[in-house]
Design a protein around this ligand. Structure first.
Ligand code: B12
Ligand code: SF4
Length: 559
């Protein structure tokens, strides 16, 4: 068990932690911040929300330098896509004061510590609560800290990458249970945020005005036992082969966190569980949670980590009874060959059953399903299998269409690298937009299906079969039919929303839950797609950032 030492006297470190994600959820860094505050340090959390495709202005950088100038340690959290921005910030801070130590943490430094040490002084590899407690205790006492487990260092050009630390919540770790980790730091009075180009002190009005903050994001579990080949979890599993990948907090611990949220952030409208595999929780724990949630929390609940094979009727009905209003599930593909390549842990029958179960609550629960397009190993037949499968599912639902990105550390990254598909990691991966889908005919059909499914009409499998049929395509009837369906869509949207009550729920994305906002339009992805092409029809990073931030507002809040 970790004993937090509150150093009221003695040397308090000044630590500045920076989130560069487009929203201000940042569970990971808020958790680190909470631990360091509990240790007694002076921690400032700075949110610089921006799409990864945009650089920060000089004014923002100057404000940041002023804010961080007396820091003993500056931490930045990043995923692979935020590579350029993390470098920009690190360089600026170090140019101004080379004595400040900059530490990077998050998914990317976990997977690629060595590469990150080209820029940062230190990296945190994996979950960082225990690591940062140990590091700061050593730094504070001016002890040798380069031996800290779960860390890498650039010590005047010499690289040190230490052994991994046991996962918090596992038996060999110091933090034996996730319940020992303090709740995330949402004490906005010690936070700063970028508004326009300026960094200002956070206040309650700003917190309230940030629409995404109507969601309170947390995670009752950590980890995922599956190892899909496009997902970073397959590296995390390999990094900790003898440890239980899935660790759970107790129901009471989660409920207590949410009670604090209700007290301290009373404007919160939705609770969001962003776990990787929430439905692995045993039925009895879900029952206990649902009863307590319904009685004590009484807020709409959204769960994003649903793997089709782990969903059961009992679990779902308990959660609906407790207040479930939205679910996000990864379907990714229905092509048998592609599913094997992705090592997806379920059959199409299991997915169809799961969708049917969720659809059984269509007047209460909005369904969000993720699909991955653009696999270079997909044939047209594989994509058609997915289209046919999706068109047979009961509507309404929202499809979120991603373009396959080969994140480092995944099996597919290695395959793509070996086959020469990925040549330059920075340009082909870090700067590549996950919505930059190619404008192929079959991709366009996915977008068309997304539109029709959202308004509760769907596209009948017979029509889909016609649209994808070899002969229709040979005779070029496919484009004509596609264009007719595309131009008829506004009419069907009005019909769907008028006569299908469940479809009306999807009108404003999440806003129909929070009761404000603009109309939701999945075809905005198509616009992104069109903007994301160069003359060779290759997907390139999208720089239409206005669109990106607009999309973020409508997108479910998960990976
Ligand atoms: C919530 C979430 C989001 C949210 C919010 C992200 C956020 N602000 O935190 C949103 C919706 C914005 C999001 C979007 C995306 N996401 Co996302 N997301 C997640 C998710 C599900 C949970 C993150 C989380 O809270 N984890 C729990 C905490 C405890 O872990 P953590 O964040 O890693 O933090 C710990 C350590 O990393 C470390 N640490 C983290 N930061 C720091 C900083 C310092 C200084 C230190 C010392 C330590 C430290 O300590 C933390 C506590 O233990 C993860 C999956 C996962 N399991 O992590 C994916 C994940 C991070 N996302 C991923 C991806 C790919 C994306 C997207 C690019 C596309 C997509 N497919 O959705 C977009 C990009 C966003 C954008 N617009 O540009 C990948 C990242 C892959 C990669 N190589 O970068 C992940 C890992 C999913 C996966 N399994 O593949 N995501
Ligand atoms: S894609 Fe989902 S189910 Fe597969 S390993 Fe990642 S988090 Fe787990």
């Amino acid at each position: 068990m970790v004993e937090y030492i509150n150093i009221n006297q003695g040397y308090k470190m000044k630590i500045t932690l920076i989130s560069i994600f487009p929203d201000i959820q940042s569970y990971g860094i808020r958790s680190i911040s909470a631990c360091l505050k509990k240790e007694g340090h002076d921690v400032d959390l700075v949110f610089l929300p921006k799409p990864f495709t945009e650089k920060y202005s000089d004014k923002t950088m100057d404000d940041l330098v002023k804010l961080a100038k007396d820091s003993d340690l500056v931490g930045i959290t990043l995923m692979s896509n935020f590579w350029d921005n993390a470098i920009q910030i690190t360089n600026k801070i170090k140019q101004n004061n080379s004595n400040i130590k900059v530490i990077w943490g998050g998914t990317h430094p976990t997977i690629r510590p060595e590469e990150c040490l080209d820029h940062a002084d230190m990296v945190c590899i994996g979950e960082g609560e225990e690591t940062l407690i140990e590091l700061t205790r050593k730094m504070q006492k001016e002890e040798y800290y380069y031996d800290t487990k779960g860390m890498g260092f650039n010590n005047s050009g010499k690289r040190i990458v230490n052994k991994l630390r046991e996962l918090p919540g596992s038996s060999k770790a110091i933090i034996k249970s996730l319940d020992e980790i303090p709740f995330q730091d949402h004490d906005y009075k010690s936070h700063h945020i970028m508004m326009g180009e300026n960094i200002v002190k956070m206040n309650i009005d700003i917190v309230k005005s940030l629409r995404l903050n109507e969601f309170y994001q947390t995670q009752p579990t950590r980890g995922c036992p599956f190892a899909c080949t496009f997902c970073v979890n397959n590296t995390f599993l390999a990094m900790h082969p003898h440890q239980k990948p899935l660790r759970k907090r107790s129901v009471d611990n989660v409920i207590n966190e949410l009670l604090e949220v209700k007290k301290n952030l009373p404007f919160t409208k939705i609770i969001l569980f962003d776990d990787d595999a929430f439905f692995i929780m045993p039925l009895e724990e879900i029952r206990d949670f649902s009863i307590k949630y319904k009685k004590l929390i009484k807020l709409p609940l959204v769960i994003t980590g649903a793997t089709p094979s782990t969903l059961t009727k009992e679990k779902l009905s308990l959660l609906v009874e407790a207040g479930l209003v939205g679910m996000r599930m990864g379907i990714q593909t229905a092509g048998e060959k592609t599913k094997k390549l992705y090592k997806r842990p379920h059959s199409n029958r299991q997915v169809a059953n799961a969708v049917k179960m969720v659809n059984g609550y269509k007047s209460k629960v909005k369904a969000f399903y993720d699909i991955i397009l653009d696999s270079p190993w997909d044939t047209d037949e594989n994509s058609i299998e997915t289209l046919m499968f999706l068109s047979a599912l009961p509507t309404p639902f929202q499809l979120t269409l991603f373009s396959l990105v080969f994140f480092p550390g995944t099996d597919l990254y290695r395959k793509a690298k070996e086959e020469g598909i990925v040549k330059d990691d920075v340009n082909d991966i870090y700067r590549r937009h996950y919505h930059g889908c190619k404008p192929t005919y079959l991709n366009k059909l996915h977008f068309l299906l997304a539109d029709y499914s959202l308004v509760g009409i769907g596209i009948n499998p017979k029509i889909m079969s016609f649209l994808t049929n070899k002969w229709t395509r040979k005779l070029k009837l496919n484009w004509l039919s596609y264009k007719i369906l595309r131009s008829l869509f506004p009419l069907f949207r009005s019909i769907g929303r008028k006569f299908i009550p469940a479809a009306r729920m999807y009108k404003n994305g999440w806003d129909s839950i929070t009761k404000k906002g603009e109309d939701y339009n999945p075809s905005s992805y198509l616009e992104v797609e069109d903007h994301a092409l160069n003359e060779n029809n290759d997907a390139i990073p999208v720089d239409a950032n206005k669109k990106d931030s607009e999309k973020q507002q409508n997108e479910p809040l998960s990976a």
